[in-house]
Write a protein that binds this ligand. Structure first.
Ligand SMILES: Nc1ncnc2c1ncn2[C@@H]1O[C@H](COP(=O)(O)OP(=O)(O)OP(=O)(O)O)[C@@H](O)[C@H]1O
Ligand SMILES: [Mg+2]
Length: 277
């Protein structure tokens, strides 16, 4: 079976006053209906990789790839209109800061309905029912009440779950979740991960889970890509994380705190210039 998503030699660069910034420098991977984690330090190109797949790269940036294929559709030659139609319906991305993705002056329920009606012709009644069902699916306990609230009237954790509801209401086959839980406390974080996990299993969705938390990613995903300076430096099944070869991954693993061990001084990751070659 051909994969849901194929990315080959993806490059994203930004022209700036001081020269070109190469945010993504030749990323390749495939994704099936599975959970793939992307880890890497800040600035390693995780978000820009996700955005390029979604067609959400800022206009002035330059994208090239040998192949960018989603379920048989060549994303590189797709028109703006085709990409827009696909976004939200067949592929969705939970952006790093969901608060900025919700419209502050529109009630939550109405926003979910708008997303749904952009892609499907459903009656007002059906749309409302589906929006409420989706809020329930992300474990909002009183969906009827939350439906009429504005984004500033809900907590951060609820906001994040509402974003997930909005992204999933059309039933996408691919979901890119960019640090969907990093602003949350641990209990809410686990709750949100549980929701994503259930949705992947029930709907057979492909999930790309972006985070800089190696431990979280390896416990939640089937496979992990480790990015460094715009490149994938290592690809591993989560179960084999301990067998990581690249010095950056090894360094990350070495820096994870373990309960019961006393380490002085704390290990520090020393970056080597040759990792960026
Ligand atoms: N609009 C832009 N103009 C210029 N450079 C940019 C722009 N957006 C991103 N970059 C650069 O691209 C690189 C990769 O950014 P990206 O947002 O993908 O990192 P990231 O891995 O998601 O980091 P974080 O963990 O902090 O979210 C960074 O060096 C960043 O400075
Ligand atoms: Mg990011």
């Amino acid at each position: 079976m051909s994969p849901l998503l194929t990315v080959e030699n993806l490059r994203v660069s930004f022209p700036t006053r001081t020269g070109e910034v190469n945010a993504v420098r030749g990323v390749s991977f495939t994704l099936g209906r599975e959970r793939l984690g992307i880890v890497g330090e800040s600035g390693s190109g995780k978000s820009q990789t996700g955005r390029a797949i979604m067609g959400l790269t800022p206009g002035h940036a330059k994208i090239t790839a040998d192949r960018l294929n989603f379920d048989g559709v060549d994303l590189l030659s797709a028109s703006k209109r085709q990409r827009r139609d696909m976004r939200g319906k067949r592929m969705a991305m939970i952006l790093q800061d969901p608060k900025y993705s919700l419209n502050p002056v529109m009630p939550i329920g109405k926003q979910i309905i708008e997303t749904l009606r952009t892609h499907e012709s459903v009656s007002g009644r059906q749309a409302r029912d589906r929006a409420l069902a989706m809020l329930e699916a992300v474990q909002i306990r009183d969906p009827e009440r939350v439906f009429d609230l504005y984004p500033h009237e809900v907590s951060g954790g609820m906001g994040q779950r509402i974003m997930i509801a909005m992204m999933l209401v059309c039933g996408p086959e691919l979901l890119i979740a960019d640090e969907p839980t990093s602003a949350l406390d641990v209990t809410v974080q686990l709750e949100v991960l549980g929701i994503l996990d259930k949705l992947v299993a029930e709907r057979g969705m492909g999930l790309i889970f972006v985070s800089h938390d190696l431990r979280l990613v390896s416990s939640f995903c089937d496979r992990v890509l480790v990015m460094y300076a715009g490149r994938v430096v290592e690809e591993l099944p989560s179960a084999n994380l301990a067998a990581a070869q690249h010095p950056y991954t090894r360094g990350l693993l070495n820096c994870l705190p373990t309960i019961g061990s006393h380490r002085h001084p704390l290990p520090v990751l020393e970056r080597q210039a040759e990792w960026t070659q």
